[in-house]
Design a protein around this ligand. Structure first.
Ligand code: GLC
Length: 479
């Protein structure tokens, strides 16, 4: 069965967050189950994409409003990702290094025309194929108009019966735009226009939820949460629950393998102690953290959803109270937070340090060398970092929300793996850090827990099977 994933990100070609990891890993595991899966993303000017060689497979043009768009579709040669990866080259829209934002963290202002042009280019290409994908699997709002367009746009009438699956990785972003931008879309059966609408706006996320054949989210817990809290989409998600399912993400255990990881100073072999101590030392060597302090890291986008806004106060308070943990932050995001963290580096030498950049290799080193990983997320649809951390023998400190609740039992329980807290507040983080500090005082208990965490199975096999079952189901309905 031929499946095409349509996504704004795909690791290692272009990644801003977990969506990239999933789109770069899931297809490999689907293909192991006998499916024939490919991925298409925009042709950004990322370093990785600039280094590849390509085979052009299609050239096309269309109008987006008054704007004539010329585009070409290319296949990356030799399948370096392990599955066929296609890119939509749309000059003027994606020939920039960032996925969503420039190097200063400012989101590109033409997001809407970028998203629409990518979706249309993809559909015009698919329409031209003799051997078409049998299922279109779309991810997040950037591809949210596709389930509607294949059903109701005249240009894509030949794709009308192609099943669409839509996965919500991040329900915070709806991609909403006003109806006066309707001219950007190709003509469609106007009686279906209501399927684009939510609260008098065109809302790609809402439209996808209405029009897709099957709706998935990246953890079962998050699916339930969305029904009660999704910035206005609650009723819609409840009414569509019959076609909805939460499937927990896995992690790519080949990319994330402490036994084989070339990024880290010491690979995991027989002695866990040697592995952890050497990698921790590598962090002391690189960052300004006192060598007697256990290390807590935060890795990720510096945005509100990830709880990044609470970190300055939570960390400062902890340090002022003379508690004994060192903190390292890796990530980019809100320019204000960049400034605050830079000030904190000067203010708390030996206690706090930060690398305000996107650095995949350094992320691996932090998972390997840290004692704790902090994820105080406001929302966390699945979260992959807690799984990477555990596989690298690090204890997650998480707010019990969405996928974090599904994957990290508190150390108070028998199968405990991390430290959990319930409320999104500085006080709760403070308390969780105090628990971490006392755990760190019991060196042996901490190390046993870290070691046990490396054994938890987060592989993709189960989830790939669950997606396979969905594809079967929609294909069955199609016959
Ligand atoms: C988004 C979510 C994250 C999830 C990832 C992959 O980045 O915020 O929780 O793990 O997508 O599905």
């Amino acid at each position: 069965m031929k499946i095409l994933h349509i996504s704004a990100e795909c690791y290692p070609a272009a990644k801003a967050g977990g969506l990239g990891d999933v789109a770069g890993a899931l297809p490999k595991y689907l293909n192991k189950t006998g499916l024939d899966t490919a991925v298409i993303i925009p042709r950004y000017h990322t370093k990785w994409l600039n280094q590849q060689t390509y085979q052009q497979v299609f050239f096309g043009e269309f109008y987006m409003g008054q704007e004539r768009i010329y585009f070409s579709i290319h296949r990356v040669e030799n399948d370096p990702t392990g599955f066929p990866l296609y890119v939509a080259d749309i000059p003027g829209k994606f020939d920039r290094p960032g996925v969503y934002a420039d190097e200063h963290g400012h989101a590109y202002e033409d997001e809407l025309s970028r998203a629409i042009s990518f979706q249309l280019a993809t559909l015009y290409w698919i329409r031209s194929l003799e051997n078409r994908p049998e299922v279109l699997h779309c991810h997040d709002h950037h591809t949210g108009l596709i389930p509607f367009l294949v059903r109701h746009a005249y240009d894509f009438a030949s794709l009308k019966s192609t099943p669409t699956i839509f996965t919500i990785h991040n329900g915070e972003y709806h991609g909403a735009f006003p109806w006066n931008k309707l001219y950007l879309l190709p003509a469609f059966d106007s009686t279906a226009g209501g399927l684009l609408d939510w609260d008098n706006m065109i809302v790609p996320l809402a439209s996808a939820i209405k029009c897709c054949w099957k709706l998935t989210t990246v953890s079962p817990g998050y699916m339930e949460e969305l029904k009660n809290k999704s910035n206005g989409l609650e009723g819609l998600l409840k009414s569509e629950q019959g076609k909805s399912i939460g499937i927990l993400n896995g992690i790519d255990t080949n990319v994330w393998d402490p036994r084989k990881d070339n990024f880290i100073a010491e690979k995991l072999s027989r002695s866990f102690k040697k592995y952890k101590t050497t990698n921790r030392q590598a962090l002391y060597d690189r960052f300004n953290i006192n060598e007697d302090l256990p290390i807590v890291v935060f890795i990720g986008r510096l945005v509100r959803e990830k709880g990044a806004e609470l970190l300055p106060e939570a960390i400062s308070r902890f340090i002022y109270d003379e508690h004994k943990l060192g903190f390292i932050i890796l990530g980019t995001g809100d320019p204000n937070l960049h400034q605050i963290f830079n000030n904190m580096r000067n203010h708390f030498p030996g206690r706090f340090d930060a690398a305000l950049e996107y650095n995949e290799g350094l992320a691996h080193q932090l998972y390997a060398g840290a004692d704790f990983l902090m994820m105080p997320s406001l929302v966390e649809p699945c979260g992959l970092n807690q799984m990477y951390a555990m596989r690298y023998g690090t204890v997650p400190i998480v707010r019990a929300v969405g996928g974090l609740r599904d994957t990290v039992p508190d150390i108070g329980k028998d199968d405990g793996a991390g430290i959990c807290f319930d409320y999104y507040s500085v006080d709760e983080i403070h308390h969780a850090l105090i628990r971490a500090e006392s755990l760190a005082n019991e060196t042996k208990t901490l190390m046993n827990l870290q070691k046990r965490n490396t054994k938890v199975d987060f592989s993709w096999e189960q989830s790939a099977k669950a997606y396979g079952a969905i594809y079967q189901e929609v294909m069955g309905n199609n016959e």
